[in-house]
Design a protein around this ligand. Sequence first.
Ligand SMILES: Nc1ncnc2c1ncn2[C@@H]1O[C@H](COP(=O)(O)OP(=O)(O)O)[C@@H](O)[C@H]1O
Ligand SMILES: [Mg+2]
Length: 620
Amino acid sequence: MSSIPKTEKNGIAVVDIDDDVDAAAASVAPSATNTTTSSEVAPPAPQVQLQHQNLDSRSFWKAGDYIVGSSSKPASFQGHLDHARVHPKFLHTNATSHKWAFGAIAELVDNAVDEIQNGATYVKVDRVDIMKDNSPALSFLDDGGGMSPESLRKCMSLGYSSKKSKTTIGQYGNGFKTSTMRLGADAIVFSRATCSGRATQSVGLLSYTFLRRTGQDDVIVPMIDFDISGHWAEPIIYGSQDDWSAHLKTILEWSPFTSKEELMLQFDDIGLHGTKVVIYNLWLNDEGIYELSFDDDAEDIRLRDEANQGDVKKLRKKAVQLQSHISYRMRYSLRVYLSMLYLRKFSNFQIILRGKPVDQFNIADELKYSQIVSYRPQFAMGSNEATVLTTIGFIKEAPCLNVSGFNVYHKNRLIKPFWKVNPDGSSKGMGVVGVLEANFIEPAHDKQDFENSLLFIRLETRLKQMTNDYWKGHCHLVGYQPLNFKSQNAQKERHVRQSSGHSMNSQSELLADQQEICIGAEDHLSLEQAVGGLAANGMHCSSHEQQGTSAGTPGTVSVDKICEENIVLFMRCEEYRKKDIELKQTVEELEEELKEVQMKCTHLSSLLEAKRKHKNVKGQ
Ligand SMILES: Nc1ncnc2c1ncn2[C@@H]1O[C@H](COP(=O)(O)OP(=O)(O)O)[C@@H](O)[C@H]1O
Ligand SMILES: [Mg+2]
């Protein structure tokens, strides 16, 4: 699905979506009145008709199940509020890209992190209480550059992104809308910014409840702005005072705040610049309880359905251990997830969750026997090559805990946590974890996976190979038994027996053999330690799994070599494709030339013929 900025009126982005996106979107009928200019007759304040139709469900996954029928919205809405021309149902459909609610929270944290370049030093994620109905809401507050009235309008329309920089995380221009709508039915934004010397504060309301209850078939986003350059907040009127009042009235009616004063109080903790997003009418789970739990831990926000997988008392020790690992806890604890969300430690920025800063954590820092492996992704011909460094090692709990996979970041942001590249059940790679930043592939829209591409597939293959190589060289160090250990040992025993009397020789051969088992083993490890470790532990790697080894390992088919060959072939293929295009172009040009020459030739022959006739006539 895509939405593209189509027109701009009075600084307000009006967007259209492709008409084949879904049935709901197809029913969008933009009318000329939707983009009325501010000079038109002042509208009366919209009379919001409360339909006696329930919001079908307070559960996110069911909230989009309604039939798009004829609009019963009050006519006075048409054309008088600035809005993006997209059906409300599309808002919901769009938000379903976030299967996991924490993925949506991360998008809003990303927006604050992207503001570091504009001076942001914190983002505070917290629960706030809505007095109106005594319900919990989720708030995000940052001290970044904030949004001017125009930026806020763009932010609340679909598909707009102001981010072109290589370092920012946002890029699709969809994060704000999809994430707010995924977390709750309604969101209100307060933002303060200074743009071209003018200080402003703006309020915008993206309310699914309002759109549904008033039967809108467009996404109407009521907004009001104030100029705060002087001593007081001066309303910025684009059209008429009535227009402005209509927006305010709608905001007060459908937001948790009942008076303008109460609304203005929301700016108190924003400071000179920054943004506050409050998401309310949070979604409930299938059991009718809030998806997000604020009560289990006063310093955390938890995902109710991801936590508590089974009664801890009844779980086996191993399962309890597994559930206490960060790879598991990050599924339901926001504090844990946020601690890993960004690869590099911030120098002057903090994520403050429910009043307490989140400690950043990189699992690479606590891996055992870690190594850094470099990988050069092969791009198409002529494009840049970058080296990707992967830190790989054993989790500190190995071999007791079988957690493995790669934490893959993109532009500093975690996309795929603990990505298992080896098939489930494979004994290779147990306890092996890696961390890398893959900026050469594109994340999917929910930023929880990568787009499928040749580069992505190659990365997976490379990581598989990396895991296997690492495993082969290091598994014995933590107590796993390396591949072919039994057969190699038997060989060695035979060898030692055969060469009795040549003890010096046999010992050095034994060492050489051992080194073959321990490719890449750390220097400080002695033979005794290695063998001792193996003997002490009953763990085995399945000996039937024959691995590919890294280039340079004698006697084996090198996967690296096959990859290289594959890449050479791919590049040759690209060359041929290019040549093919060039040749086709040459053929076309030659054909054109031939046509011209043929035409000239025809022309000359007719001239010649005419001359000949003329001569004949003269001669007679
Ligand atoms: N907290 C914020 N502070 C300042 N600007 C913001 C903030 N959140 C969103 N924006 C603005 O809104 C735009 C749209 O945001 P979003 O929908 O998340 O898309 P993206 O981050 O991909 O650009 C951003 O490009 C940015 O200009
Ligand atoms: Mg974003």
